[in-house]
Design a protein around this ligand. Structure first.
Ligand SMILES: Cc1cc2nc3c(=O)[nH]c(=O)nc-3n(C[C@H](O)[C@H](O)[C@H](O)COP(=O)(O)O)c2cc1C
Length: 363
């Protein structure tokens, strides 16, 4: 079914390492300098996209460092020239008019390489400590639906008058409009029923949590059966990769990282206690042992270079177009993946990569 090229992205290290926080090979570093270095190198290596997750306080340990997603994304946009930059946003944190303005500004700075990832939150603490309402799961989605309907119209250059449950907007238009395409791309992350309905109605690309191929194929099938206006939905997958010369070496490294991750048990317990237990993502990731966030290694991208490339091709065959990858240690593994797996996927070497901001017509 897949017709588009495989695109490979990397998660920016906005809150430190993804698999284990206490790893001598990857000291905790969520600084701007580290994020800048990683994304610049990713672009030079030929990666197509980066995802800047949004958390106002570090979701593992609130006192740890955390990169601010939108100011960070704006700076990355100014420093890069080819890679797609996706910044996540949780609707309750920014009014839709302000967020649409910020998105158009970063679209302008990046010359058409910016995207929004709409996520509807799980970390209760981030909201409650700030005195921001952390509504029930489905109410958050209802709010997010109204919020994105406003953002979408504003970023596509419409003049908006909107009288809804949460927002009253009168004759509002943003200038300049998007100079590069109809509007920035809209991704949605979230697995529950309201998340699926939201992406079918308002998104361009659904980000799926890392999980086995059969489960991912079933999720894609569900979304493809839903009514939709305009261009078909595309699909992205979050996954943690361990690729080595042999399967044995990859498995050994998986064991090593698993043991390191076990040192974070107390931190994870606190994180779980702060989470909304209605979030389906948390149920999915509890199904199987894994390392990394958002499903991590549950997608099965642990193996020899050939195996990892084959599995990526299999996911692509099922409909995944963008692979948003995690590695640890990040820089070294990202380089190895580019050197060994990119050629096995038929990806061009970095020197010959053309601009990869996805051309698409907004619905
Ligand atoms: C690819 C991806 C990226 C995500 N990024 C963030 C993020 O930056 N910040 C955040 O708080 N949650 C993030 N999430 C988690 C969503 O907030 C979570 O899935 C949400 O609570 C939706 O819950 P649901 O699975 O019940 O629909 C992400 C999820 C996915 C799949």
């Amino acid at each position: 079914m897949a017709t588009s090229e495989i695109r490979i992205g990397v998660w920016a290290p906005v809150h430190g390492p993804r698999a284990a926080l206490q790893d001598p090979a990857e000291p905790f570093d969520a600084s701007w300098a580290h994020n800048r270095a990683v994304v610049l190198e990713a672009e030079a290596l030929g990666y197509d996209s980066t995802l800047v997750a949004q958390h106002t306080i570090n979701p593992h340990v609130p006192d740890y460092d955390q990169l601010e997603a939108w100011t960070g994304a704006a700076a990355l946009a100014a420093l890069t020239s080819r890679i797609e930059i996706i910044a996540a946003i949780k609707p309750y944190l920014v009014h839709p008019v302000v967020l649409a303005k910020m998105a158009l500004q970063i679209e302008n700075i990046s010359e058409g390489r910016f995207a929004i990832n709409l996520v509807n939150a799980w970390n209760r603490l981030e909201y409650e400590k700030a005195g921001i309402l952390f509504a029930e799961h489905d109410d958050r989605y209802a709010y997010g639906r109204e919020w994105i309907s406003v953002v979408e119209r504003l970023v596509r250059g419409e003049r908006v008058t909107h009288a809804g449950r949460n927002f009253q907007i009168t004759d509002y238009a943003l200038a300049p409009k998007d100079l590069y395409r109809a509007r920035p791309r809209i991704y949605v992350g979230g697995e529950s029923e309201p998340a699926r309905a939201l992406v079918a109605d308002h998104g361009d690309t659904w980000f799926i949590n890392g999980q086995p191929l059969a489960d991912v194929a079933a999720l894609i099938g569900d979304l493809r059966r839903r009514p939709r206006r305009g261009a078909p939905l595309s699909f992205g997958l979050a996954a943690f990769v361990i690729a080595r010369a042999t399967e044995r070496e990859a498995q050994d490294y998986y064991e090593h990282l698993t043991q390191l991750a076990a040192r974070d048990a107390q931190i994870r317990a606190i994180q779980r206690a702060n989470s909304d237990d209605k979030v389906v993502m948390l149920q999915t990731i509890a199904k199987s042992p894994r390392i990394g966030s958002n499903g991590g290694t549950a997608a099965g991208l642990v193996g020899s270079y050939d195996q990892v490339a084959q599995r990526i091709r299999a996911f692509h065959g099922a409909g995944i177009e963008l692979f948003m990858l995690q590695f640890q240690p990040l820089s070294a593994e990202m380089r190895t993946f580019a050197a060994e797996v990119f050629p096995r996927l038929g990806k061009q070497p970095a020197s010959s990569v053309r601009p990869s901001a996805p051309a698409f017509i907004a619905r």
